[in-house]
Ligand binder design. Structure first.
Ligand SMILES: *Cc1c(COP(=O)(O)O)cnc(C)c1O
Length: 382
């Protein structure tokens, strides 16, 4: 992508949310200890609150969701010195796209991609076949909710439960990458704990739409979290006065209901985008805060570059779409402006030649997608 500056209206990701005055105040006033010694009261409070929210025995603050997902399978395989398990994750997930190399290099973990249904859930038949082939190696099966490449679709507890039931039949551990589980819970109108219920561990992020500056929490049983704590130390992920990170995260937890407004903004944007001639909209069954659109005859990075020329930031994706993510900084004025910009860009595209196979998610093997992806601006962004 040619353009790299900051757009006037930034729809690239909900990680672009910045801490507001109240969060900065909370950081300044945070009571801290030394979390390596286990006595930072603000961290302890955050971990307790998140465990409660997700209905797990314990939770552990990590600097990032990425680190939570790296440690998750390692803590699942028993004592920290146990051999690394294999990890099965949807081919279109954050873990498969952006974390597989780190898992291999730093965790000795091989990620095996599995096909996903249109709603983002791993395909049960494909998963069963993989589970049957490696039945004697320790296995971790991952589900991502919301589903990043499926326009942020929210999966209900029954969907995740069907994967968990299958995985558990083979003795596998089920990890839920719930970076946006709060969005899923709000969209479905259920407590996050209900969606987390079928999983053995959950990675939960406070720095997406919830707006904290950083932080992911890895949640599970007390024993599991104790193992994760040791691994986090080995990895260099334990922060001494982490209370300054936990304090804005505590405020973020109080903002879960606000995500409904982001979803309304996304719905308005989706209906505006759908009305633009020549634009194809991805329509997830349970939308949240994402809108994915493609223009026939215009590659996603070119589309993003042209929108950037109108001050609109979007993320080009390897599945042929550009992604808009709505968050607390957006309003209806911004939505109308984004739709107008897209209409202008669409009007400038010569009449549609049909999309080539290479533009389409179903036309690509995961490996091919990943290679393409590595060359694009998305590679370091979420
Ligand atoms: C953002 C994200 C992550 C990683 O979280 P970071 O805190 O950015 O490391 C993992 N999984 C999904 C689905 C995400 O969206």
């Amino acid at each position: 992508m040619a353009w790299t500056g900051s757009p006037r209206l930034d729809f690239r990701s909900d990680t672009r949310t910045v801490p507001d005055a109240r969060m900065r105040e909370a950081m300044a006033e945070a009571e801290v200890g030394d979390d390596v010694y286990g006595d930072d009261p603000t961290v302890a409070l955050l971990e307790e609150r998140v465990a409660e929210l997700l209905g797990t025995e314990a939770a552990l603050l990590m600097p990032t969701g990425t680190m939570a997902n790296l440690i998750a399978p390692l803590a699942a395989s028993g004592p920290p010195e146990s051999p690394a398990p294999r990890v099965i994750a949807g081919a279109d997930t954050h873990m498969a796209f952006l974390e597989a190399d780190g898992l291999r290099r730093f965790g000795g973990v091989e990620l095996i991609p599995v096909a996903q249904r249109p709603d983002g859930l791993p395909d049960l038949d494909a998963l069963a076949a993989l589970l049957a082939t490696g039945a004697d190696s320790p296995t971790v099966v991952c589900v991502e909710n919301t589903s990043m490449m499926h326009s942020g679709n929210a999966l209900d507890a029954q969907a995740t439960g069907s994967v968990a039931a299958l995985a558990h039949r083979y003795g596998a551990h089920v990890h839920l990458d719930g970076a946006r589980l709060a969005n899923a819970a709000v969209a479905l109108g259920v407590p996050p704990a209900e969606l987390a219920g079928p999983a053995d561990s959950v990675a939960f992020s406070v720095s997406k739409g919830l707006g904290a500056p950083a932080g992911g929490l890895l949640c599970g049983s007390r024993e599991y979290v104790a193992r994760a704590r040791e691994l986090r130390g080995w990895l260099g992920g334990s922060l001494h006065q982490a209370g300054v990170v936990a304090a804005p995260a505590l405020l973020a937890l109080g903002r879960l209901p606000d995500l409904a407004a982001d979803h309304e903004t996304a719905a308005a944007l989706a209906s505006g985008v759908a009305s633009v001639p020549g634009v194809e909209l991805m329509r997830p069954p349970r939308p949240t805060n994402m809108v994915m659109a493609r223009l026939a005859g215009l590659a996603p990075d070119e589309c993003a570059a042209r929108l950037a020329g109108h001050g609109i930031g979007v993320l080009p994706l390897p599945n042929g779409y550009v992604r808009f993510v709505t968050h607390r900084a957006h309003d209806m004025i911004g939505v109308r402006e984004a739709v107008r910009a897209l209409a202008t860009v669409a009007a400038g595209v010569p009449k549609a030649r049909p999309a080539t196979d290479g533009d389409h998610p179903d036309g690509n093997s995961p490996r091919h997608q990943r290679r393409k992806h590595d060359n694009e601006a998305t590679s370091a962004r979420t």
